[in-house]
Design a protein around this ligand. Structure first.
Ligand SMILES: Nc1ncnc2c1ncn2[C@@H]1O[C@H](COP(=O)(O)OP(=O)(O)O)[C@@H](O)[C@H]1O
Ligand SMILES: [Mg+2]
Length: 491
């Protein structure tokens, strides 16, 4: 055989296999639901309407019927909409991958037991008093029905996506710390929190409204307008940069950025908890959250527990998809291999200071003690910086040094319980003072509580004499005795 023979490969995907193949990239049902919500918002954005989205969940024994209804302008091109990875029908930058709708439906159920439908009504459909309908199972060349009337669409135009979600998939959004099984009502409340967080900036700007209804097995219906964005409660305000026009490598974007230290939210299940998972940088694109908890990716090291209150909120705005950082196809993270993402991280490094370490509990207690001592009569100097054992150039500092008309008091402070070694540490400060020719009136070990062993050692040390031949004056005190109480948000 001398010549090359060419034949066309038959590589048209099998619809069923393709549908199964794209499933399974969402971490939880919340992310899946956002894909359906995103499409409605994208349509509102593209057509400049202040739309309305209704999310309804109806509990059954082993599945939940999910409906997402919007009053947008309807699906213009159903063929492209049903085509996996088609981008031609994108309406706004929120339609990024040509995947979301199919990805969501397939992830909920791509097997033999798929139950879903899409109903939509455009102005043209309305003029003919009809709507378009497609339904499971997914296949290449699947039928699109033109059905008289408006179906489940309540306004003149709009779209309704319905999908039956197996219970075990529905119950996937839960805090890592929750070991107990989740109830339907709890799962619904977690979804509300997630939606209020994901779309916080859009809810704040009142770009659309969401009505969320959950109907449990007994038929009891619970509905709520998700009007209130989920936002951090800042501790001492925040720093806000003016909107920055820049280019991350694909065209003009505007970056909004604010950062600061937050109060720990006890109400929230997932967000702004001042823990490792919820702190660090939070990246949004056109108001919609893409990723949070970023720290080592930007600053090169893991968050220190003292930095857990740090939040930097970054929102990148542009109507041009090409200008925005690339997201993963499930829109649950930024793509590390995208140069625009690298440029964004450099921008953050350049403009947001590395998270400051929060004052630890012990430092805070010492500060409060210092403030209290400074206000007492006869006090001449209160310092956390006073060097002791200067004669030996040791440069050691006691936790607190207080000099008054009555002499010097030294403190060694422990936020929790004291230990025997702490007394020896205090003795070093005491000896350092004597060596520097300062008389010590008292050396106090202050802690939350003192075990009997510490009390015994204290009595033993007080029976000894310092290098000048005077007895030591060690004492124990507690934060309670000193009346030092941490503010509630320091807990
Ligand atoms: N609720 C809706 N209203 C109007 N158009 C929609 C709606 N949902 C989907 N579409 C159309 O379907 C297309 C594909 O959606 P989707 O599969 O989610 O892809 P993408 O990931 O790009 O958003 C969208 O670009 C839009 O044209
Ligand atoms: Mg989409």
């Amino acid at each position: 055989m001398k010549e090359i023979i060419t034949r066309k490969s038959r590589n048209i995907p099998d619809g069923k296999e393709l549908f199964e193949g794209i499933s399974g990239n969402f971490k939880d049902f919340g992310q899946t639901l956002c894909e359906l919500t995103d499409n409605a918002i994208s349509n509102f954005r593209a057509h400049n309407i202040r739309g309305f989205i209704e999310i309804m969940l109806v509990e059954h024994d082993d599945y939940v019927d999910v409906t997402v209804r919007d009053n947008g302008t309807g699906i213009e091109n159903m063929d492209a909409t049903l085509t996996i990875a088609a981008r031609s029908c994108a309406e706004s930058a929120l339609n990024e991958h040509g995947m979301g709708l199919k990805h969501a439906l397939a992830s909920i159920n791509a097997g033999a037991d798929q139950h879903w439908s899409i109903q939509t009504r455009t102005a043209e459909d309305a003029a003919h008093d009809r709507h378009q309908r497609v339904e499971s199972p997914y296949s290449i060349g699947m039928p699109v029905y033109l059905v008289p009337g408006s179906g489940d669409i309540v306004d003149d135009t709009g779209t309704v996506v319905q999908v039956r979600c197996p219970m075990h998939k529905f119950l996937t959004l839960k805090p890592a710390s929750q070991k107990d099984d989740l109830s339907f009502a709890q799962a619904a409340s977690y979804l509300c929190e997630m939606l209020r967080y994901t779309y916080a900036n859009l809810l704040r700007d009142e770009v659309f409204s969401i009505l969320f209804t959950a109907v449990d097995k007994t038929g009891t219906s619970d509905d709520a307008w998700l009007a209130e964005p989920l936002e951090p409660i800042w501790r001492n305000g925040y720093t806000e940069l003016p909107p920055v026009e820049t280019d991350l490598g694909g065209g003009a974007v505007t970056i909004f950025c604010r950062y600061g230290s937050i109060r720990r939210s006890k109400k929230n299940a997932f967000y702004y908890k001042a823990n490792m998972a919820s702190s660090g940088a939070e990246i949004r694109i056109n108001g919609r959250v893409i990723q949070h908890g970023l720290h080592s990716e930007i600053w090169g090291k893991a968050l220190h527990p003292n930095q857990n209150r740090f939040i930097a909120q970054i929102d990148i705005l542009s109507d041009q998809s090409a200008a925005l950082p690339d997201t993963k196809s499930a829109k649950n993270g930024l793509r590390e291999d995208d140069a625009k993402v690298a440029a964004l991280f450099s921008w953050i490094r350049a403009n947001v200071p590395e998270p400051v370490k929060d004052e630890g509990r012990e430092q805070m207690l010492v500060r409060l003690l210092a403030e209290k001592k400074a206000a007492e009569a006869g006090v001449l100097r209160v310092s956390t910086e006073k060097n002791l054992y200067q004669c030996l150039k040791l440069q050691i500092k006691s936790d607190l040094f207080v000099s008054s008309t009555e002499g010097v008091t030294l403190f060694e402070a422990k936020a929790g319980g004291s230990k025997a070694e702490d007394l020896y540490q205090l003795r070093m400060y005491h000896d350092g003072c004597i060596a520097d020719d300062m008389e010590v009136r008292e050396a106090v070990l202050i802690a939350r509580r003192h075990p009997d062993t510490v009390r015994a050692l204290l009595a033993e040390l007080n029976r000894q004499k310092d290098k000048k031949g005077r007895p030591y004056h060690f004492a124990l005190s507690t934060w309670d005795e000193e009346g030092i109480v941490l503010p509630p948000d320091a807990a």
